[in-house]
Design a protein around this ligand. Structure first.
Ligand code: 13P
Ligand code: 13P
Ligand code: MG
Ligand code: MG
Length: 365
């Protein structure tokens, strides 16, 4: 029986400001998940968080985009919002952009990453949870995991990975997709995914078996709302070992503090810092952007875990690197390249300021 792993996430209120999640909000999530397991809708579930975002990690037998599973997530976020309102948390219900659920959570604000799998005899999976960054933030590490032999030794050494991977790229503005085969199309692939604000990696699959290896949420809040309402703070699921990168190859992709969109007011570039769950509360300039990796072994759909994978001193150097990069970028204050380029600022206060100043412009000589 195929199983589905669904990670659906939303910011329903921050404690304090946008920095972290409140235990009572997470409890509301845990209660809803426990009920759904008891009712038989879910096989298992785990509620977690990164910064001010709540992540529902669910396993079930209903496939992707299942109405009842999506409704469960929506109702859980509504319940969390009620708690956030009661506690006057910051931005209660921030990511819930529609008034009512209408069949699918996509396009409603929350982010979703789902994959249907045939569980292997041993199924190690890593769930990635980000805060203070955008959809597309997984382009670079997915490339490193599945296409770069300097990151993933298995691409060279392990026969099951030698045929390469198929990368599904989404054009988030035009709502269209394309698949590139690696290694032979890596240059074409990089033309697109090197621009993550527009082209986001959605899925990666083994070319030898066709099995899905990784999926990320590509939901863009600003494109749904038409204005800035907070960052996407994406989620991803990566299967490990066998035909896929080893656990350590997946995590190796985060040993560089690569620079992503997000940070303060979602309007700056900053380094992505991989952290243990206890450090997933971005405070300095609402950042730097954070990433948590939870490891699970799936056993007949049960989520055995989690293990907090970045809770490891071998990531101390990249955390230091992230702090060093933050120091340098912060010295630029409101100047690019710390501040996002103009076309990305369209979704902030920029249009209002530009409109106010419009009448004061005059032609140059
Ligand atoms: P073990 O010998 O510990 O199973 O490790 C094998 C492996 O593939 C490590 O990446
Ligand atoms: P979040 O997207 O995490 O809510 O952050 C919004 C923000 O404006 C931070 O400064
Ligand atoms: Mg928030
Ligand atoms: Mg957030």
């Amino acid at each position: 029986m195929p199983q589905t792993l669904s990670v659906i996430k939303a910011d329903v209120g921050g404690f304090v400001g946008h920095s972290a999640s409140h235990e009572e909000v997470l409890d509301a999530g845990r209660e809803a998940m426990a009920q759904a397991i008891q009712s038989g809708l879910l096989i298992d579930a785990h509620v977690s968080h990164c910064g001010d975002d709540m992540f529902l990690i669910m396993s079930h037998e209903h496939g992707e985009n299942h109405e009842q599973v999506h409704k469960l997530a929506w109702d859980t976020f509504i319940a969390g919002t009620e708690v956030a309102k009661k506690l006057h948390l910051y931005g209660a219900g921030q990511d819930l952009l529609v008034d009512a659920f209408s069949g699918n959570i996509r396009g409603a604000g929350p982010g979703s990453a789902e994959m249907e799998i045939e569980e292997r005899p041993s199924e190690p999976v890593i769930v990635l949870m980000a805060d203070k960054t955008s959809a597309g933030a997984f382009n670079l590490p997915f490339y490193k995991m599945f296409a770069d032999p300097f990151n993933t030794a298995g691409l060279v050494i392990a026969e099951p990975m030698h045929d390469g991977f198929a990368f599904e790229v989404h054009d988030v503005k035009e709502h269209r997709k394309i698949v590139f085969n690696t290694p032979e199309e890596i240059y074409d692939l990089l033309v697109f995914i090197g621009s993550p604000a527009r082209y986001a990696l959605k899925r990666v699959a083994s070319r030898q078996t066709g099995e899905i290896g990784a999926v990320s949420s590509t939901d863009k809040l600003s494109l749904i709302a038409g204005r800035y309402v907070g960052k996407d703070d994406p989620a991803a699921i990566v299967r490990c070992q066998g035909h896929f990168p080893a656990v350590g190859e997946v995590l190796e992709a985060f040993t560089t503090a690569y620079i992503v969109e997000g940070f303060m007011r979602g309007s700056h570039y900053g380094p992505l810092m991989p952290v243990a769950l206890r450090d997933a509360h971005p405070a300095r300039f609402d950042g730097p952007p954070r990433l948590v990796a939870l490891g699970f072994q799936i056993a007949d759909g049960k989520l055995v875990g989690p293990r907090d994978m970045f809770d490891d001193p071998s990531f101390d150097n990249v955390r230091q690197e992230a702090n060093n990069i933050s120091d340098i970028l912060r010295k630029h204050g409101p100047f690019e390249p710390h501040r996002l380029p103009l076309d990305e600022m369209e979704y902030t206060t920029m249009p209002a300021v530009a409109a106010k100043m419009e009448s004061r412009w005059s032609p140059t000589e």
